[in-house]
Design a protein around this ligand. Structure first.
Ligand code: F6P
Length: 504
C-alpha cells in the first residue's frame, strides 16, 4: 500500500464511526459547530459545518495534512521550487500578484509587473484609437479565466470596449462572433502560451483575414518567435512564461482583454484580492487555513465517503460560468492516475466537477441532488450585497440558497417513500460580502490553492496535463483521412469517416 493510501486508510475508522450518523444530528449535537467550522479571509467567508465530519475526523484530516507537509508544500510553491516535477518547472502564478520575499519569486513578480506596465501602455493607446470591439482568441486556460472574469465583473467595466471570446475551432463560433462586428472598429488578442494550439491558430488566421491584416492584432505568448512569424509586430506581443500554467494564468497578460475592459485599477484590485489569499495560504496555521480546509473536505468526500462527483452552485447570475472555469482548474490539475514519481495510484483522485447557477439549476438537476442514489457534495456560493437595487428579490435568492443547503443536509421524512429526502448530503457555503474585482480574485485564488493542497495530499502533480495530448495527436492523423488523402488506421474511425464522406 502506498504512503498516501495508508494515510487515507487511517481516516476510514472515522468514516466508519460516522457512517449512519445523520448530518443533522452532528449539527444539533454541537451548538458551536456552525461558528467554529467557519473561516473568513477579508471579504470571503466559508462555512464547513455541513461537511460530514466531527472533531475527531477533522483532527485526523489535519494530521494527514501535517504528514503530507502541506505548509512546506505551500512554501515550495510560493518560493518557485519546481513543483511541476514532470516538466521540471515552477508554478509561480502567485508571483503574478504577490511579491513574496524569495529570490526567484520576487524576480518573477518584477518581471510580471513590467509586463503589466507594457499592457497598461498598450491599453492606453488602444483606448485612444477608434477600436470599440476586442476579439479575445484563445482556448482552455487562455480563454476561461478572462471569459469568466468579464462575465462576472461586467458591472466594473466602463463600456469603452466590448470583449468577445472565440475559442472553439467550430467556425460557427467565429461566424457568430464576427457576424455582429465591424472589422474597421475591431482588434484581436491572440492568447496562446505555446502559440501552437491548432484551434487558436486557425481562429487567429480567420480573424486576421477578416480584419484585413495583423495591424490590429495583439498576441500573448511564451513563444514570441512564433507570434512574430504569425505576423504580429513584436511591440504588440505580451509575454507569458513557462512558470505559469495556462489554467492559472488569468492574472498575467492572458488577462489583457480584462485589463482593457476593467481598467488598470480594477485589474490591480483583482490581483490584490488574490494576493490576500496567497499570504493567508502561506501564513495561516493548518487548522485555520481556508484553502487547506476546503482541500481536506474534498479528500474526505472523495476517498473516505467515496463520492465520485462534486457540484459547484453559484447563487449569483454573474458567476454562472464558474463551474466551467473550475472544471478546467480542478479536472485538468487533479485528473491524474500516477503520483509525482510516476507510480500508479492505489486510491481515487479527482471527482467529476459539474454545476450551474441557482436558482435555475433547482429546476433542472437538483432533484437528483436531493433524491438520487448518489450523494453529490456541493459548494454553494452566494453574494451578500447585490449590485442591483432590487433588495427584496435578492433576499428571495438568498432564501433559496440557504434552503437548498439545509434541505440537502437535513432532508425530510416525507409522507411516502417517494416524498422522502434522505438528507446527510454535505455542502460548503461560501459567501462574498460583495462581488468586486478583489473578492472575485480572492475566490479564484482560494480554489487554486485548494486544488494545490489536494494535489499535495494525494502526492500528484497539479501542473502537467499530458492526457490532453493524445487526442490532439490522433486528430492530426485523422485529418488527412477526413480529407480523403489517407485511410484511418483505427477500424471504427475508418468506418465513421466512410459514413461522414459518403455522398448525400
Ligand atoms: O488543453 C490543453 C491546454 O494545453 C491547456 O492546458 C491550455 O490552457 C490550453 O491547452 C491552451 O494552450 P495554449 O495557451 O498554449 O494555446
Amino acid at each position: 500500500m502506498s504512503t498516501v493510501a495508508a494515510r487515507l486508510h487511517s481516516l476510514q475508522d472515522h468514516g466508519a464511526r460516522l457512517r449512519g450518523v445523520p448530518l443533522s444530528r452532528l449539527i444539533e449535537a454541537d451548538a458551536g459547530r456552525a461558528a467554529r467550522m467557519s473561516l473568513r479571509v477579508d471579504g470571503l467567508y466559508a462555512n464547513f459545518a455541513r461537511q460530514a465530519v466531527d472533531e475527531g475526523a477533522f483532527a485526523a484530516l489535519l494530521a494527514m495534512a501535517h504528514e503530507a507537509n502541506v505548509p512546506a508544500a505551500f512554501r515550495a510553491l510560493f518560493r518557485g521550487d519546481p513543483v511541476n516535477r514532470s516538466e521540471r518547472r515552477a508554478a509561480l502564478h502567485s508571483a503574478l500578484r504577490t511579491r513574496f520575499d524569495f529570490p526567484e519569486a520576487a524576480a518573477a513578480f518584477d518581471e510580471a509587473a513590467q509586463a503589466r506596465r507594457t499592457m497598461a501602455a498598450l491599453a492606453r493607446k488602444l483606448r485612444a484609437s477608434a477600436v470599440t470591439d476586442i476579439i479575445h482568441v484563445g482556448i482552455g486556460g487562455s480563454d476561461l479565466g478572462p471569459r469568466l472574469a468579464l462575465d462576472a465583473l461586467q458591472g466594473f467595466t466602463d463600456g469603452r470596449f466590448r470583449v468577445h471570446f472565440l475559442s472553439n475551432v467550430d467556425a460557427h463560433a467565429a461566424d457568430r462572433v464576427l457576424g455582429t462586428l465591424d472589422p474597421a472598429r475591431s482588434a484581436a488578442v491572440l492568447v496562446s502560451k505555446s502559440f501552437g494550439t491548432q484551434e487558436t491558430l486557425l481562429n487567429g488566421q480567420l480573424v486576421r483575414d477578416w480584419l484585413g491584416g495583423s495591424e490590429r492584432m495583439y498576441a500573448v505568448s511564451a513563444n514570441v518567435p512564433k507570434a512574430q512569424a504569425f505576423g504580429i509586430d513584436p511591440e504588440r506581443v505580451l509575454p507569458m512564461w513557462d512558470w505559469v500554467g495556462g489554467r492559472y494564468s488569468l492574472w498575467s497578460a492572458v488577462g489583457f482583454s480584462m485589463l482593457l475592459a476593467l481598467g488598470e485599477e480594477n485589474f490591480s484590485a483583482l490581483l490584490d484580492g488574490a494576493s490576500a489569499i496567497d499570504r493567508h495560504a502561506l501564513d495561516a496555521p493548518p487548522e485555520r487555513n481556508l484553502p487547506l480546509a476546503h482541500a481536506l473536505f474534498a479528500v474526505w468526500n472523495r476517498n473516505v465517503q467515496g463520492h465520485a462527483t462534486q457540484a459547484v452552485l453559484p447563487y449569483d447570475e454573474r458567476l454562472r460560468m464558474l463551474p466551467a472555469y473550475l472544471q478546467q482548474l480542478v479536472m485538468e490539475s487533479l485528473g491524474k492516475r500516477v503520483d509525482v514519481d510516476g507510480q500508479a495510484l492505489d486510491f481515487d483522485t479527482v471527482p467529476v466537477l459539474w454545476g450551474g447557477a441557482g436558482t435555475d439549476s433547482q429546476h433542472s438537476f437538483f432533484q437528483a441532488l436531493h433524491q438520487g442514489t448518489q450523494t453529490v457534495p456541493a459548494d454553494f456560493i452566494g453574494v451578500i450585497e447585490p449590485d442591483h437595487s432590487h433588495a427584496s428579490q435578492h433576499r428571495v435568492l438568498l432564501s433559496h440558497l440557504l434552503a437548498q443547503a439545509e434541505a440537502l443536509a437535513n432532508g425530510d421524512p416525507g409522507a411516502t417513500p417517494q416524498q422522502r429526502c434522505p438528507g446527510s448530503r454535505p455542502s460548503t457555503l461560501l459567501l462574498l460580502d460583495r462581488l468586486t474585482p478583489a473578492s472575485f480574485g480572492a475566490l479564484l485564488a482560494f480554489y487554486e490553492h485548494s486544488v494545490y493542497a489536494q494535489s499535495v495530499l494525494w502526492g500528484i502533480n497539479a501542473f502537467d496535463q499530458f492526457g490532453v495530448e493524445l487526442g490532439k495527436h490522433l486528430a492530426s492523423g485523422l485529418l488527412p483521412a477526413l480529407e480523403g488523402k489517407a485511410e484511418a488506421t483505427d477500424p471504427v474511425s475508418a468506418a465513421l469517416i466512410r459514413e461522414i464522406r459518403a455522398p448525400r
